[in-house]
Design a protein around this ligand. Structure first.
Ligand SMILES: Cc1cc2nc3c(=O)[nH]c(=O)nc-3n(C[C@H](O)[C@H](O)[C@H](O)COP(=O)(O)O)c2cc1C
Length: 191
C-alpha cells in the first residue's frame, strides 16, 4: 500500500514537510510505502474550465505544461492521499488549490476515480486560519467520495520559522495518531 503526500508550501522542507514526515514515519512502521511531492519551485496553474477532461475521459488534464498530470497520476496510483498546506491568509496555498481544482475536475470526469481512497489534510500555521485551511482540503476529499480518518485534534501544527513545528508537541502527536488511524483504515479497506 502507498500513501502519496503533496506539500503545497512555497518553502521546501519547512513546517508542512516536517508534519508530513511525522505522519510518514508512523505509516512506514505499519509497512506502508510513502512519497512526498513538494511544490516549492515548481509550477501548477489553476483550472482553465475548458471542460475537455469530460470529453476525453483519459484521467488527464489537457493542460500539460506543468506538474498537474504527474500529480494526478500519483494520486490515481496511491491508496491514500495527504494534501498538506501551510495557512496563507487563512486558507490553503494557491498551488494546493490549483491541484484540487485540476485533479478534482479530472476525477469527476472519470467516474470519481478517487472514490474510496483514504484522504487526510495536514496544515501548518503560525497563529490563525488553520481550521479554515483544514476545511478547504476536506471539501475536496468529501466531494470526491473519499474516506477521511480523524485524529486527536484537527490536523495542524503550529510554527512560523522553518522547524518551529518541532516544538509543537500536540501537533506532532496529532500527526502520529492521524497516521495510526490512516494505517488502520487502509488495512481494513484493502483486505
Ligand atoms: C503569504 C503567507 C500568508 C500567511 N498567512 C498566514 C495566516 O493567515 N495565518 C497564520 O497563522 N500564518 C500565516 N502564514 C504563516 C505560515 O502559515 C507559517 O509560517 C507556516 O509554518 C509555514 O509553513 P511552511 O514552513 O511549510 O511554509 C502565512 C505565511 C505566508 C508566506
Amino acid at each position: 500500500m502507498k500513501v502519496v503526500a503533496f506539500n503545497g508550501s512555497a518553502r521546501k522542507d519547512g513546517n508542512t514537510a516536517i508534519l508530513v514526515r511525522q505522519v510518514f514515519s508512523e505509516l512506514e512502521k505499519e509497512g506502508i510505502e510513502t512519497e512526498m511531492v513538494q511544490f516549492a519551485g515548481q509550477s501548477i496553474r489553476g483550472c482553465t474550465a475548458c471542460g475537455q477532461c469530460f470529453k476525453n475521459k483519459d484521467k488527464r488534464c489537457v493542460v500539460k505544461n506543468d506538474i498537474a498530470n504527474d500529480c494526478i497520476a500519483k494520486m490515481v496510483a496511491a491508496d491514500g492521499i495527504l494534501l498538506a498546506s501551510p495557512t496563507y491568509f487563512a486558507d490553503l496555498t494557491t498551488e494546493m488549490k490549483a491541484l484540487i481544482d485540476r485533479a478534482g475536475y479530472v476525477a469527476r470526469a472519470n467516474d470519481d476515480m478517487f472514490k474510496r481512497k483514504v484522504g487526510a489534510a495536514v496544515v501548518a500555521v503560525r497563529r490563525a486560519g488553520s481550521v479554515h485551511t483544514f476545511d478547504s482540503i476536506n471539501h475536496f476529499f468529501l466531494i470526491s467520495q473519499m474516506i477521511v480518518p480523524g485524529s486527536i485534534y484537527w490536523n495542524m501544527g503550529i510554527g512560523r520559522a522553518k522547524g518551529d513545528v518541532e516544538q509543537d508537541e500536540e501537533g506532532l502527536q496529532t500527526m502520529e495518531t492521524l497516521a495510526q488511524n490512516m494505517a488502520w483504515l487502509l488495512k481494513k479497506i484493502n483486505t
